[in-house]
Design a protein around this ligand. Structure first.
Ligand SMILES: Cc1cc2nc3c(=O)[nH]c(=O)nc-3n(C[C@H](O)[C@H](O)[C@H](O)COP(=O)(O)OP(=O)(O)OC[C@H]3O[C@@H](n4cnc5c(N)ncnc54)[C@H](O)[C@@H]3O)c2cc1C
Length: 435
């Protein structure tokens, strides 16, 4: 239960793995989540000492909750980092209010949004080189932006880097104690208390099978919606939606380990999240590969090491590790060697700690959750156009041509991530229409 937010014992008994999402800055920071009393339903956030570590050959760069502490680790780019990030971090409430919604709207905080937009529009390849001199600061920003799943020269990738940096400094990059499932369980607990009823394992294949109700909110992919709507959807709309493109796939591996990862730079163990991929130049090569139909020899690996800070997830001295790389959408090959190559590179001897591993290919991810089309974890490619028109260009893109039917998944604004904003805004549109 919980869609791409859930935990299971994927490897060995007692090892709790997050099957989908792991790290939840927007789970804390989104205006909708901030409004919910989830602690009452057992949700407890764990904040590691550092949000992020980005190992390089000569040591790791760390991103702490503290802006100043992070900047102090960037040498000659200390001042540049503060100049880039401080105005955005100071205005984070307004920034999130204006960005976690359809972009077609009158901004409530125009100055903050304009400041953000100027920095966010270029590709991160450009911004990182313009803003910073050191390989450390450039790699840090590029690693953040690489969450977009786009080649790093693509306009708009900077937005992802900046937003993730801002949330890291504003609220940290926490994760739920006990596993991502406890976040989903808390949401379900609140929903049930409010009178909601949840039916599990009940796939809907045709909208006509649903009861006659005032509003239907569909948490489905775009093709999933088109299939459900069938003939009821005007052909021109179906044709337009068919052009909505998925992002790259994910090739994910969950590990049960006998002990902590032997990071070459031990400070890497201070962070809940680790970006493996090296310098800006290496990351540029890595993130181009999935869009050229291949896996990079040295891919960008997203790693989470929650059990270091949450012993409820592991038995004895064991550890879990959550890791994935971007691969072409629908990739049918094997990326294990490339993924583990990066782990060995920055943590020599990693392999000797592996007790068990569980591989999720793009097909396995989609089999688990049909929204993860071709292994796409973000509900659609994050190109500038698809951020603006998600999945159509409209101030209320949650509305569909079908009366009373709304789309509210990551394929609507503000896109991927566990923030609840799409559901909240779709529900608001439905209530408005009903009135
Ligand atoms: C491997 C992975 C890692 C991620 N890491 C992070 C992270 O660290 N932090 C973060 O914030 N986000 C992360 N994400 C992204 C995040 O999990 C998703 O963006 C988010 O869960 C999307 O929410 P959603 O409500 O759109 O859809 P989902 O969470 O996918 O939920 C949709 C639900 O609807 C069900 N459904 C779909 N179609 C039908 C149907 N026809 N009938 C019945 N049920 C149906 C699905 O089975 C699923 O249960 C990750 C995702 C994955 C897969």
């Amino acid at each position: 239960m919980g869609g791409a937010l859930g935990s299971e014992a994927l490897t060995l008994p007692g090892f709790v793995h997050d099957v989908g999402s792991a790290i939840h800055p927007l789970g804390v920071a989104s205006p909708f989540m901030r409004s919910l009393p989830l602690a009452r339903f057992g949700l407890e956030w764990v904040q590691p000492p550092a949000a992020l570590a980005h190992p390089l050959e000569d040591g790791a760069v760390l991103m702490y909750r503290s802006l100043e502490e992070t900047a102090a680790g960037l040498g000659a780019d200390e001042g540049a980092y503060l100049r880039l990030m401080r105005p955005l971090v100071d205005g984070w409430h307004g920034l999130l209010d204006d960005t976690l919604r359809p972009l077609l709207h009158v901004p409530a905080h125009p100055v903050t949004l304009a400041r953000f937009g100027l920095r966010a529009l270029p590709g991160v390849s450009t911004l990182a080189r313009a803003a910073f001199r050191t390989p450390q600061a450039r790699a840090l920003l590029a690693g953040l932006a690489a969450h977009s799943g786009l080649p790093l020269s693509v306009p708009g990738t900077s937005a992802f880097g900046l937003m993730l940096g801002v949330t890291g400094h504003a609220v940290g990059w926490p994760f739920p104690r006990g596993g991502a499932q406890s976040f989903a369980d808390a949401l379900a607990g609140l929903f049930t208390e409010l009178g909601g009823e949840i039916r599990l394992n009940a796939p809907v294949t045709d909208l006509r099978d649903l009861p006659d109700v005032d509003a239907v909110l569909l948490d489905t992919s775009v093709p999933g919606f088109v299939r459900l709507a069938g003939d009821a959807l005007p052909g021109a709309v179906a044709a337009k939606l068919a052009r909505f493109r998925p992002g790259p796939g994910a090739f994910k591996v969950d590990y049960a380990l006998s002990g902590p990862v032997p990071w070459r730079d031990p400070r890497t163990a201070l962070a809940g999240t680790v970006h493996l991929g090296g310098t800006l130049e290496e990351l540029e090569l890595a993130e181009r590969a999935p869009h050229e139909g291949r896996v990079a020899a040295r891919p960008y690996v997203l790693v989470a090491q929650q059990s270091l800070f949450d012993r409820t997830r592991v038995p004895g001295a064991g550890e879990t590790l959550w890791a994935y790389v971007h691969v072409p959408n629908g990739f049918e090959g094997d990326a294990l060697a490339e993924l583990e190559g990066q782990l060995e590179r920055f943590a020599p001897g990693f392999a000797s700690r592996v007790l068990a591993r569980h591989v999720s290919t793009p097909a396995a991810l989609q089999g688990w959750n049909p929204n993860l089309r071709g292994g796409d974890v973000g509900g659609g490619a994050n190109t500038l156009w698809q951020v603006l028109a998600r999945p159509v260009l409209s101030a209320v893109p949650y509305r569909t041509p079908l009366r009373g039917v709304y789309l509210c998944s990551a394929s609507t604004p503000p896109g991927g991530g566990v923030h609840g904003m799409a559901g909240f805004l779709a529900a608001r549109a439905a209530m408005h229409d009903r009135r």
